[in-house]
Design a protein around this ligand. Structure first.
Ligand code: NAI
Ligand code: MG
Length: 332
């Protein structure tokens, strides 16, 4: 059997890290076919579409997709919506998995092994914003179904890990929306008697991630909170250059990507750190059921970090190419 992998470079350093990810995938020796597809700001400027229909189809039909990053303007542009947000929603990839594990680099704290399970399709990211004169309004959509299924995903994952879930919310202030999320998540907890559950307000969680990150196993939370907490968690273990993520739903389609963006400040210089993408490749391999190959990839990344073959963001002088070569060599 051959796995069909869709590759979306996107913009900026996506053009550097995704080809590196493809080389790593090729080096695993697995039977793979690659389907390149376009999305993002560049293709939008060329064609008026940020997410061409062929791309959506290619992601739908692939066994998994590796996504780089796209650039999004800070101001609203008629007709443009971030294609990764569109993909997550259209394909109902409701679970955004963002692991943070200690790495052997100077900037990483020790003893951290946590997983943020972020709701990926609703919350404040539904795009229902409007201006009423000098007042701006955003709608925050929380549903019982959306909350239950993300909680279920978190409890299942915790069951395979250290068996501990922290439900993160702000139900003391956002009584209706976070209140429903909390209620639904706690109801799901009852189905997992062997998983220890606690709840924590998001501001307290932000603080305790800094003061005692080792205490966390799985954190489950709504879209915006998860977005912010996962960047914070990434900073504890070496930064965005090492942070992978996965977007998963009930179906076969799934998208794996580095957490970082298109990094226009370093794009085109050949110094982007490909390791976040490589760790995303490891998650992709796990999704395909190739756990052993995934483990080899993680080992090779760890070995390369310990050898100090690293890009400037991690204090080294290696290029994207050199790091890629080192990881592929360590894979053998
Ligand atoms: P960013 O993640 O692109 O960059 C933040 C900083 O980290 C920059 O200094 C960058 O050089 C550095 N950095 C990021 N990834 C790196 C890597 N692999 N190796 C070395 N250094 C790295 O975030 P920023 O600057 O806020 O956003 C730039 C663009 O990316 C924006 O248009 C934004 O909308 C987009 N973005 C896209 C995301 C996605 O496609 N999922 C996620 C986050 C931002
Ligand atoms: Mg983010």
């Amino acid at each position: 059997m051959t796995y069909r992998i869709c590759l979306i470079e996107g913009d900026g350093i996506g053009h550097e890290v995704v080809p590196a990810g493809r080389r790593l995938l090729e080096a695993t020796g697995l039977p793979l076919t690659f389907v390149p597809a376009e999305a993002g700001w560049d293709v939008f400027q060329r064609t008026g579409l940020a997410l061409p229909a062929e791309t959506l189809e290619a992601v739908r039909e692939a066994d998994a997709t590796l996504f780089g990053a796209v650039s999004s303007p800070l101001h609203a542009v008629e007709g443009y919506r971030s294609p990764i947000i569109e993909l997550r929603r259209t394909l109902d990839l409701y679970a955004n998995l963002r692991p943070a594990q200690s790495h052997p680099v100077p900037g990483s704290r020790e003893g951290i092994d946590l997983l943020i399970v972020r709701e990926n399709t609703e919350g404040l990211y539904v795009g229902r914003e409007r201006r009423e004169g000098d007042t701006a309004v955003a709608e925050r959509i929380i549903t019982r179904r959306g909350s239950e299924r993300i909680a279920r995903a978190a409890f299942r994952l915790a069951h395979m890990r250290r068996g501990h879930v922290t439900i993160v919310h702000k139900a003391n202030v956002l009584r209706t929306t976070c209140g429903l999320f909390r209620e639904a998540a706690l109801a799901v907890a009852a189905d997992f008697p062997d998983v220890h559950v606690e709840e924590m307000l998001v501001d307290v969680a932000a603080m305790r991630l800094i003061t005692e990150p080792e205490r966390f196993d799985v954190l489950v939370t709504t879209n915006l909170f998860g977005d912010i907490l996962s960047d914070e968690a990434a900073a504890l273990v070496g930064g965005l250059g090492l942070a992978p993520s996965g977007n998963i739903g009930e179906g076969r389609a799934a998208i794996f990507e580095p957490v970082h963006g298109s990094a226009p400040d370093i794009a085109g210089r050949g110094i982007a750190n490909p390791l976040a993408t490589f760790l995303a490749v490891a998650m992709l391999l796990d999704h395909l059921g190739e756990a052993e190959v995934a483990m080899r990839v993680r080992y090779a990344v760890g070995h390369t970090l310990r050898s100090r073959v690293v890009t400037p963001d991690l204090g080294g002088e290696a290029t994207t190419h050199k790091v890629t070569e080192a990881v592929i060599a360590a894979l053998g």
